[in-house]
Design a protein around this ligand. Sequence first.
Ligand SMILES: [Zn+2]
Length: 149
Amino acid sequence: MEILTMIKLFLIKEKKRICENCQKECLAILYCEYCIRNYLKENLSNWISENNKNNNIDDLIQECQMESLTSSKVVEWIPYSNLQNINYLTKGGCSKIYIADWIGGSYYKWNSEEQQLERYGTHEVILKRLKNVKSRALISSVQFSICQN
Ligand SMILES: [Zn+2]
């Protein structure tokens, strides 16, 4: 193990604290990643993708949610009805790119008093419409999008 990696692990270990709500050892100061995951787990039944024939998408989203570390980086399913004012922007690579308003917006903050995630509010997002893309290219595109956020 590299010295730098060992130092990082040591520092991360030193920064852990005990959550006053769930009593687990968490990393963050302003929220608890375990409380966020519990909240997401409790709300799993409140959404389902529109692709009922393939539960893999739902399973993948749920898996990603159970790995969430911050309130502003939660992977979730967005129903099409929550996207409005969709306008074509340009064509890029194997996709068409649109801009739209995401009604309600993404999660951004943990409310520790209410023990729930709060949404940012309606904001603009970029949409990619992929055509004839094999699954490996789609996964790369999704990973790229997640890294860019
Ligand atoms: Zn907690």
